[in-house]
Design a protein around this ligand. Structure first.
Ligand code: ADP
Ligand code: MG
Length: 225
């Protein structure tokens, strides 16, 4: 049995808003393995996005521990968390969040330029990534000139820019028709199989989650496999 890439233990998260307490995560335990496509399912409002943000160190838990290759993440300073995210993680959301004034190629280059990679190298890698998501011919198109599925594939190429080991995808197919949803899902399957990237996908679509290697269900603030 191999060790989990990421292991969360007893994660507790409560929101306090307008004097209303919402106990969203009541002690969540979850293991994410390399070479696996992991699904997180559960009703709307059950805390899936909250959990994903905490696993990705974008949001703070009230208590609990998150180990990444055995290293405790929640103890890191905010600065170190940001460095950790840049090196190890890729994020994909329901809405693509591409920059509308930039081409597909420039959008994929952006995280590399921010990370200090020189322009020629960033361009070369971005072209390879667009090829990986079967969009080479759209390199110079703006997001407005692409279909929803194509935009989402550009967003995935962008998430891959700094060669992450783990991709966290929050309802990445939620906005797509069945055909495009399948295409995006197949791409995640390929990343897991061919590139040994761990992918966590939040989805409402049972036909997709049942094809995943591991499925966790959020309910009443806890998660079960
Ligand atoms: P899901 O992604 O499963 O739909 P969320 O994690 O978005 O669920 O939300 C879980 C619960 O936490 C919901 O009841 C939601 O209203 C509440 N919630 C989420 N974010 C906040 C916030 N920033 N402040 C207050 N309550 C929040
Ligand atoms: Mg959500």
């Amino acid at each position: 049995m191999n060790n989990p890439l990421l292991q969360a233990k007893n994660i507790i998260k409560t929101y306090n808003e307008d004097k209303i307490r919402t106990n969203v995560l009541k002690g969540v335990n979850i293991d994410i393995y390399s070479n696996e496509l992991t699904a997180i399912v559960g009703k709307s409002g059950s805390g899936k996005s909250t959990l994903l943000h905490i696993l990705g160190t974008l949001d703070k838990a009230d208590s609990g521990e998150i180990f990444y290759k055995g290293e405790e993440l929640l103890k890191l300073s905010d600065k170190k968390k940001a460095v950790f995210r840049n090196i190890h993680l890729g994020f994909v959301y329901q809405f693509h969040h591409l920059l509308s004034d930039f081409s597909a190629l420039e959008n994929v280059m952006m995280p590399m330029l921010i990370a200090g990679i020189n322009k020629n190298e960033a361009k070369k890698k971005a072209l390879e990534l667009l090829e990986k998501v079967s969009l080479s011919e759209k390199a110079n198109s703006r997001p407005s000139e692409l279909s929803g599925g194509q935009r989402q594939r550009v967003a995935i190429a962008r998430a891959l820019a700094n060669s992450p080991e783990l991709i966290l995808a929050d309802e990445p197919t939620g906005n797509l028709d069945e055909k495009n949803a399948l295409m995006v899902f197949s791409l995640f399957e390929k990343l897991v199989k061919e590139d040994k990237i761990a992918v966590v996908i939040v989805t409402h679509d049972n036909s997709l989650s049942e094809k995943c290697d591991r499925v966790y269900t959020m309910k009443d603030g806890i998660i079960n496999e």
